[in-house]
Structures are given as C-alpha cells and as structure tokens.
Ligand binder design. Sequence first.
Ligand code: SF4
Ligand code: SF4
Length: 141
Amino acid sequence: MSDWFEPGLPFHCTGCGDCCTGAPGFVWLDEADVLRLATKLGLDTAEFTRKHVRMVGGRPSLYERFNGDCEFFMPETRGCGVYEGRPTQCRTYPFWPHLIESPEAWESVRRECEGARVLEPLISAESVRARAAELRRSRVR
Ligand code: SF4
Ligand code: SF4
C-alpha cells in the first residue's frame, strides 16, 4: 500500500493544549476508553459514566466545561488530568483517517496544531496508518 504521506509526517506534540480547549467539540468514547478512564480514576464504569459522560446523538462523549475545554484539561499546566488513560481519540490525534486522507486535509491540521508544523521527527507512514486504524476500530460498534 502506498499513501501520499509515505515519506512520513513530521509531528512532535509540544503539549500546547490547544486540541483540548477552545470551541465546543466532542471527545467520543468507546467501551475500552470508558473502562480505561474509570480504572484510572478508581471508579466503576457505571459511576464514571454517570459523572463524566454525556450522550450526544446516542454516542458517549466526555463532558466539557462552559468555555469548551475538556473537563480533564488542567489549565495550570495545560496538561491532561487522565493522560495515561486518555481516550483513543486523543491518543491517535492528529492521525485521524479524515485528517490524513490528503495533503490538503493535513494542511488543515498544520493550521490547528503547532506540533504538526515541526520539521522533525518524521512519524513513519506505517505508524501513521496504525494510529488511523486504531481510531477507525474504536468507532466500529
Ligand atoms: S494541538 Fe498539537 S501540539 Fe498542541 S497539544 Fe494538541 S497535539 Fe499537541
Ligand atoms: S481527555 Fe485529556 S487529552 Fe483528551 S481532550 Fe481531554 S484533556 Fe485533552
């Protein structure tokens, strides 16, 4: 298989926190995400769901604050309060299928994410595909 990004894509997360904040959005969850996050917080999945999950069009998503920030975003450090257990959507960004489908789509990532505007390191095409596949799998129900 050959993709337009075969030479690799430059990416290094700077931890700026921009993808966890700002305009309202959705952090979709699958069953594995719920279990991992619940374990991380020392809750059972029912309690985690009651406290942290909203249903949007029948799909579970994390709550966010009034300003659009993810509820787990920590403003003082601009870090993630559940980093080791963060959802698949967060772990695979910015290598989501629709964001790597063309150079134009990747250009939109570069506008939003400073980590995609670096020159190195290059993430191999194989790793990019693996992360996209991981998100795609988590969306199949
Ligand atoms: S916007 Fe990009 S660089 Fe900033 S935290 Fe998110 S992934 Fe990292
Ligand atoms: S769970 Fe963590 S990484 Fe994901 S949007 Fe929230 S703060 Fe950001």
